[in-house]
Write a protein that binds this ligand. Structure first.
Ligand code: NG6
Ligand code: CA
Length: 479
């Protein structure tokens, strides 16, 4: 089972030093499993990370970027995905929660089966938030049909302009809003929250944000129940802790950090529910749980929920610099736990690993041979995920608005010249979106990336630059 959290930072869990919120259920997995200190998502944003996780291919090779809610599926159904591998190995496969990889082939009709989608990529079951919580359509899709859709009230969405008869917008009707948003998130208002994009219809199918954790957790535990007698793979892909951060009343005030902390507590509760389900069914010792996140933390991402003001001395990125979107370590260094009682010994691991490696590593675990064209950037490191060795990758690519390459404790950030940081980024970040200077950091002595030593090690910079251009040109699974 893969538990994939959205926008959770390295320092947002108790075992990694969280201050303003308690995460007892995640801490339980970490204390009784293997807690990784240097495991990475492939990118500092969602779509690219998910793309790499499922395909074993770096996102830049397919120009994967954050997608709007009406974008076509970005994974070619002919490509063998991680779900295909597990299906081929006899597992029943399911995904519950955030998708954000696009759906259909353009001009989607949301009132019919939306295809291609998860089924065409090897998932036997799907229950999806199609894109993000802050993008239309704000409805769930079950097996690629909008759940609870009234055929008399069909859905249309538009990312360009208001649809006649569409939901009012946050711009025209701010009095409808329960959480105010910036100019980029002021379109269709559903459930009192304005989103990116315009929408009409589907009123009975609209999700209620406060209930999302319960709906998804029930779908996840139902899937486990149904498959308790056969091998299964469940990807429980959380909406939490992405914005809009609208905690259920049960969790309001459960942290000292306002909505962002409260949805961390809510997410931790849901992790506890799925873990408990496995225990109840006696499946704990038969199930590998991987817990991780798709990209680094972010305080203000467009809604007025006072995350920045209330964070106190809690450090969402732990000791690391940067955030979601940004190439510094906190952008991709993820809270990561492997839990499998009886198989994986409790402890911590410093192994340098990327989520792109889960593909080949899990294929090894279930005995599936990869074809040459499968998973071009995925390295098989099951022994490292299982804690049998601390040695894993030599090189590791980090994708954001810049590219960076890790080699052991060294980190090289490639400069991006003549690039313009998007306006909404400059408004929000102290660190610019694009970094225009070459930077080299020695993370062993400077984990916070404060001293650029590129001038002291010109040969290393040259080697890492060369290695990067090699990765850009060729599959990197053997490097
Ligand atoms: C950004 C959105 C942000 C969030 C993010 C996706 C703007 C200005 N900002 O483009 O609100 O939705 O995309 O987050 O549109 S992610 O975790 O799915 O990558
Ligand atoms: Ca994310």
């Amino acid at each position: 089972m893969l538990i994939y959290i959205d926008d959770l930072g390295y320092g947002d869990i108790g075992v990694n030093g969280a201050k303003g919120v308690k995460t007892p259920n995640i801490d339980y997995l970490a204390n009784n499993g293997l807690n990784f200190t240097d495991a990475h998502s492939t990118a500092a944003t969602c779509t690219p990370s998910r793309y790499s996780l499922l395909t074993g291919q770096y996102a830049f090779r397919n120009k994967a970027q954050i997608l709007e809610g009406d974008a076509p599926l970005i994974i070619d159904p002919n490509r063998r995905t991680l779900a295909d591998i597990l299906q081929d190995a006899g597992y029943t496969t399911g995904i519950v929660g955030k998708w954000h990889l696009g759906l259909g082939a353009g001009n989607v009709d949301w009132n019919k089966r939306v295809s291609p989608g998860p089924a065409e990529l090897g998932f036997d079951y799907s229950f999806l938030i199609p894109a993000t919580g802050d993008r239309v359509p704000t409805v769930f899709l079950e097996n690629q049909f909008v759940a609870n859709l009234d055929p008399e009230d069909p859905i249309t969405i538009n990312y360009g302009k208001q649809i006649p008869g569409g939901y009012p917008t946050g711009r025209t009707n701010p009095e409808l809003l329960k959480q105010y948003a910036d100019n980029y998130h002021l379109s269709a208002v559903t459930n009192g929250i304005s989103r990116i994009g315009y929408m009409k219809g589907g009123e009975k199918a609209l999700w209620v944000d406060e209930k999302i954790p319960f709906v998804l957790t029930t779908k996840a535990t139902d899937f486990i129940d149904k498959n308790k007698n056969n091998p299964f793979f469940l990807m429980y892909s959380f909406h939490d802790i992405h914005q809009p951060r609208i905690a259920n009343v049960k969790f309001i005030g459960s942290s000292s950090m306002g909505p962002r902390g409260d949805v961390i507590a809510q997410m931790d509760w849901a992790v506890g529910e799925v873990t408990k389900k496995l225990q109840e069914l006696g499946l704990e010792e038969k199930t590998l749980i991987i817990f991780t996140s798709d990209n680094g933390p972010i305080l203000d991402d467009g809604y007025l929920d006072y995350a920045r003001e209330l964070v106190g001395d809690h450090k969402p990125g732990g000791p690391y610099k940067g955030s979601k979107y940004v190439v510094y370590e906190a952008g991709t260094r993820m809270p990561t736990i492997c839990y499998w009682p009886g198989v994986i010994k409790p402890g911590t691991s410093q192994a340098l690993l990327s989520q792109v490696d889960l593909y080949a590593s899990l294929a090894d675990l279930v005995g599936q041979k990869l074809k040459n064209e499968d998973a071009p950037d995925s390295q098989a490191h099951w022994d490292a995920w299982a804690g049998k060795t601390n040695t894993a990758r030599t090189y590791l690519l980090e994708e954001a608005y810049n590219y960076a390459l890790r080699k052991d404790h060294w980190k090289y950030i490639q400069p991006k010249e003549n690039a313009t940081t998007p306006g909404w980024m400059t408004a929000k970040f102290v660190d610019p979106g694009f970094l225009t200077q070459a930077q080299l950091f020695d993370l062993k002595n400077d984990p916070g990336e404060t001293r650029n030593v590129s001038n002291d090690y010109p040969e290393l910079v040259e080697e890492l630059e060369k290695q990067l251009s090699e990765i850009f040109k060729n599959p990197s699974k053997t490097k």
